[in-house]
Design a protein around this ligand. Structure first.
Ligand code: ATP
Ligand code: MG
Length: 278
């Protein structure tokens, strides 16, 4: 194993019934690492354990076996070093969009003045196209808008590692494309380290340096690690012209449809829906 990896995951397993040997682990033997500045996406069928892994990386859930080391330290509990965008938004309902973003910014930089905190938070709301909705509360926002506040909130604390759980799943295709491009630019400019769950193979190819393919549970594991060989200058509009694009895309889709083991009909439909969306 690479001793200098920024994040190391070793022998991770999760059981929701550890005292009952009749119930198998959700996943087990999950090993992978992420280098500083690397963007790693994970794809797998619904229920295989992707969000559970992400929550363990975030320090929000405990593994049954194995450990996670980030920057030389074992991950225990949540930290502002890791910014999380959840699968369904987790905003504080009594706070405006702006206040939700400001909350993290203030904790991260307690010495910033109220004005500096506001300006910083507004910059990130602007990035996700929500400066006009800054003073609205979550109940006044659409699902996609709430998700964008969650994205602004995670990015605003400039964490050492971003953990994104299907961050664009609730967005319409146009907004999704815009924010994917934004994310790409931010990641390229800042060298941000990212771990992202997605069901969308095109999104994974656009954004990631490597894609982890997770088999179906129970006892799911990382079945394959696939490097994305397209040059880093890829864009949504141009990447399908690259000769590596379709072979790579076919490989990922084929895994999900044929090799992840007995895919459920519902999950295959999700993949097909994403193909149409692109
Ligand atoms: N608190 C819990 N108690 C018991 N089982 C749980 C709990 N949370 C998750 N699970 C089970 O663990 C498995 C993995 O769940 P997880 O949410 O990690 O899947 P996922 O890969 O993120 O799926 P999706 O793609 O649908 O979001 C599922 O089978 C789920 O039913
Ligand atoms: Mg999930």
């Amino acid at each position: 194993m690479n001793q200098s990896a920024f994040l190391k995951v070793e022998g991770l397993a999760k059981s929701y019934a550890p005292t009952n040997p009749q119930i198998p682990n959700v996943f087990e033997g999950v090993d992978f690492e992420i280098n500083k500045g690397e963007f790693v996406a994970i794809i797998g069928h619904s229920g295989c354990g992707k969000s559970t892994i992400l929550n363990i990386l975030a320090g929000l859930e405990e593994a049954t076996e194995g450990y996670v080391i980030m920057n030389g330290r074992e991950v225990k509990g949540a930290s502002l070093d890791r910014g999380v965008v959840f699968q369904s938004h987790a905003l504080m309902p009594w706070m405006s969009a702006l206040k939700n973003v400001e909350f993290g910014v203030r904790s991260r930089w307690p010495d910033k003045t109220a004005e500096q905190v506001r300006e910083h938070a507004m910059g990130y709301l602007d990035m996700v196209g929500l400066s006009k909705a800054a003073h609205k509360k979550p109940f006044e926002l659409s699902g996609g808008m709430k998700q964008r506040v969650g994205i602004a909130r995670a990015f605003a604390i400039q964490p050492q590692m971003l953990l994104l759980d299907e961050p664009f799943g609730a967005l319409d295709a146009l907004t999704r494309g815009t924010i994917q491009e934004e994310l790409l630019q931010i990641v390229q400019a800042t060298g941000q380290t990212v771990f992202m769950i997605t069901h969308d193979v095109d999104e994974a190819i656009l954004l990631a340096d490597r894609v982890l393919l997770m088999s179906q549970g129970p006892r799911a594991c990382i079945a394959e690690t696939v490097p994305v060989t397209l040059p880093r200058t890829r864009t949504r509009a141009s990447m399908h012209h690259d000769p590596d694009f379709y072979p790579l895309r076919n490989h990922l889709v084929d895994f999900l449809v044929n090799r992840a083991s007995q895919p459920k009909v519902a999950a295959v439909q999700t993949i097909n829906a994403n193909v149409v969306n692109f």
